[in-house]
Design a protein around this ligand. Structure first.
Ligand code: ZDR
Length: 279
């Protein structure tokens, strides 16, 4: 199986072009193997590019635990760059079918070189039933949750996939590896959830660490950065144009007046290879 390794701010993916390769019969099982950091290629997700009936391309993304995610912000920037450079699409604005609807990445080009990708990530969803999330109340905005004997305030947002955003005083010391899996698997979230830890620096800048559903702590998360800015702006902690600082660099997030969220960031191609493991 031919593949391309890419990353967005260290959130890394194996991409497979299913215009040339066969989609595996059990893509989740293949994701578990390929994403493994010692026995496989190593990645935070396995992405298949497929033909679509309703858009130019279809993206399917599988987590390292084999589960399928509805959307992936960093991954879709990588997919857009890959599709453009491989000539799978005619232009720099690409309509991509995902399980979260049609998402529209736009390449930022200079003299044919890809400087970055701006993505129309669509509208955030706040109703519990859309996240999905159980419990009292229509929305979950600054609600108290008990974690390891502490009460923390959480705001939950769907960017197609579920996110639980926590504001913490210092992300460097935040208990990501314990609170992350606890909340990922909390009974409130029937489809599990991604968990963002956000430190507010000022109304236009935040720092973020993330615990991803089905993956563990990763270096960056595009949908998570969007969810975090929606949560921060909604609760008066920031404005609607925010730079999200991650370990390896920044994402620029804009929650536009028409309620759509735009994310801008890099997409880097690392290497191409052939995956040979048969069983
Ligand atoms: C967080 C993510 N890497 C992104 O950039 O948006 C998406 C990966 C999918 C995530 N682990 C999920 O929703 O299960």
């Amino acid at each position: 199986m031919h593949f391309t390794k890419m990353h967005g701010l260290g959130n890394d993916f194996v991409l497979v072009n299913c215009f040339q390769e066969r989609l595996p019969g059990d893509p989740g099982e293949v994701a578990r193997r390929v994403c493994h950091r010692r026995f496989g290629v190593g990645a935070d997700g396995l992405i298949f590019l497929l033909p679509s009936q309703v858009a130019e391309l279809k993206m399917r993304i599988f987590n390292p635990d084999g589960s399928e995610a509805e959307m992936c912000g960093n991954g879709i920037r990588c997919l857009a760059r890959f599709a453009y450079e491989e000539g799978l699409v005619p232009g720099p604005g690409i309509r991509v079918e995902t399980l979260a609807g049609i998402i529209v990445p736009q390449l930022i080009l200079e003299g044919g070189r890809v400087l970055g990708v701006r993505v129309d990530m669509g509208e955030p969803r706040l109703d519990r039933r859309d996240i999905p999330m159980s419990g009292e109340g229509e929305k979950a905005i600054d609600i108290p949750l008990e974690v390891e004997g502490e009460i923390v305030k959480a705001t939950c947002v769907s960017m197609g996939n579920p996110h639980c955003v926590l504001f913490v005083p210092d992300v460097d010391t935040a208990p990501v590896s314990t609170w992350g899996p606890f909340l990922e698997n909390h009974p409130l979230f029937p489809q599990r959830t991604n968990v963002e830890f956000i430190e507010i620096l000022n109304p236009a800048e935040v720092k973020m660490r993330v615990w991803e559903r089905g993956a563990g702590e990763t270096m960056a998360c595009g949908t998570g950065a969007c969810a975090a800015v929606v949560a921060a702006a909604l609760t008066g902690r920031t404005g609607r144009h925010v730079t999200v600082h991650l370990a390896a660099g920044d994402l620029a997030i804009e929650w536009a007046p028409d309620n759509r969220v735009f994310m801008t960031g890099p997409a880097v191609r690392v290497f191409d290879g052939v995956y040979r493991q048969e069983s």
